[in-house]
Design a protein around this ligand. Structure first.
Ligand code: GDP
Ligand code: IMO
Ligand code: MG
Length: 420
């Protein structure tokens, strides 16, 4: 029996969906613990691409129990659309009664707040994630469980709607939302989703007690964590091991394995510092070959070299028991591959711990270690053979961070994966 937390170690889009689907083969439960439909997890099965935003990546396997945990923010319309796109051969689904609901005014407010920021916009996915978590912290949010009780829906709406409308007004946005209209919307959601809502903390813990293997599927990445990310260019939840435990309602001590998923290079969507960013033809090549365009927004992802300074912080916060390195195939056939091992400040001083100051991150110069590239012709996935040059690269990453590598991914498909 294992409880495995799958964590995005960088700025998101590391391939968590592919790895969750891959590991789900040996699991009974897959649970999402934080974030919402800002996530975009792509899974390729038998050449067919599935894009999941809210549904856990175990949903494509019919024997898996999928859980949307209490830490997730749920847009019911998005969820219904995602469910409608799946065929009947899907896994079971349960939604936490404690998960907060993304209301129409949250999405409107997300756009209004971004517009008001001018050049310092965050580049959110525009899905109302931040405003929904704000209402949760302000104790005026609606939860999935509230849908079961008419009086509770009205009570919550009477608090939340005027406050959100006042904020929208502040940004010059007029809306035609009413308590009556939203009440009807909530009742429609109850009709469609009521049967999925339960105490998922109890459910997940029962499976753990039964000895079933559980996967906690992270969304986003440690460096857009609200606490440890490049604040304010972050998301509003905690994509960490601690966040995974809390957001799925299990004790941290129940987690046996923590898998840090990292690309062999680095990408970021949205604004914020990026010391190893490549704004040249190498970055362009990685973007095109790696198809680095957002699963949720379609925006081009910014690309750069792998950064071990970042990963040291991710590991410090999350305690990885192993690393999964994805998209190694994208770096194949390059003459030289670089890895950032430290940052050099304007005064020439080198640091190897990721700082909190955005001003430093914006101005520092990465210190690189250079590696000879490998040839795609020397990769033999079926027999688990990787080129010597790739092995050197992986050994360096593993030894520098003192974390074993458990899996390498060499393509989007399930079978393009080697277990170490
Ligand atoms: P997630 O948000 O962490 O689940 O990652 P995304 O799905 O947003 O982005 C990862 C993209 O890379 C998806 O299109 C995957 O199908 C794809 N992918 C995952 N692993 C690999 C790999 O090893 N090689 C290649 N070429 N593509 C991969
Ligand atoms: P997955 O799970 C990459 C980024 C947005 C923006 C910031 C805040 O696919 O790895 P938000 O809408 O959350 O308020 O936006 O966070 N962001 C992601 N970047 N992958 C994600 O999820 C992301 N989810 C949010 O681009 O910079
Ligand atoms: Mg993604």
């Amino acid at each position: 029996m294992t409880v495995t937390s799958i964590i995005g170690a960088q700025w998101g889009d590391e391939g968590k969906g592919k790895i969750t689907d891959f590991l789900a083969d040996k699991s009974k439960v897959v649970a999402r613990s934080q974030g919402g439909n800002n996530a975009g997890h792509t899974i390729v099965v038998d050449g067919k691409k599935h894009k999941l935003h809210l549904l856990p990546s175990g949903i494509l396997r019919k024997d898996i129990i999928n859980v949307i945990g209490n830490g997730v923010v749920v847009n019911p319309d998005v969820l219904l659309k995602e469910l409608a796109n799946l065929d009947d051969e899907r896994g079971q689904l349960f939604i936490s009664d404690r998960a907060h609901i993304i209301m129409p005014y949250h999405k409107m407010l997300d756009g209004a707040e971004e517009n008001s920021k001018g050049k310092s916009f965050i580049g959110t996915t525009g899905n109302g994630i931040g405003p929904c978590y704000s209402d949760k912290a302000s104790r005026i949010g609606l939860r999935m469980g509230d849908l079961e009780d008419d009086d509770m829906i009205i009570e919550r709406l009477e608090k939340a709607l005027p406050r959100n409308q006042a904020l929208l007004n502040h940004y010059g946005i007029k809306d035609d939302l009413t308590i009556d209209g939203l009440f009807e919307t909530c009742k429609a959601w109850r009709r469609e989703l009521g049967g999925f809502i339960t105490d998922t903390s109890l459910l997940v813990n029962q499976h753990i007690d039964n000895g079933d293997s559980v996967l906690l599927e992270g969304a986003q990445g440690v460096h857009i964590d609200i606490e440890y990310g490049t604040y304010p260019f972050v998301t509003s939840s905690s994509p960490t091991t601690a966040g995974a435990a809390l957001g799925s309602g299990i004790a941290p001590s129940k987690i046996s394995d923590v898998v840090g998923v990292t690309k062999a290079y680095l990408t970021r969507v949205g604004s914020g510092p990026f010391p190893t960013e490549l704004e040249d033809e190498v970055g362009e090549m990685i973007r095109e070959k790696g198809q680095e365009f957002g699963t949720t927004t379609g925006r081009p992802r910014r690309c750069g070299w792998l950064d071990l300074v970042m990963l040291e912080l991710s590991n410090r916060i999350c305690g990885f028991t192993s690393l999964v390195i994805t998209k190694l195939d994208i770096l194949s056939d390059m003459d030289e591959i670089k890895v950032c091992v430290a940052y050099k400040g304007e005064d020439g001083t080198e640091i190897n711990h990721f700082p909190s100051f955005l001003s430093y991150l914006g101005k520092c110069t990465p210190v690189y270690k250079s590696f000879t590239g490998w040839s795609s012709e020397d990769i033999d996935i079926t027999n688990g053979i990787i080129p010597e040059e790739m092995k050197n690269f992986l050994d360096f990453v593993s030894e520098s961070l003192n974390i074993p590598i458990s899996i390498v991914s060499l393509g989007p498909g399930r079978d393009e994966t080697i277990i170490f």
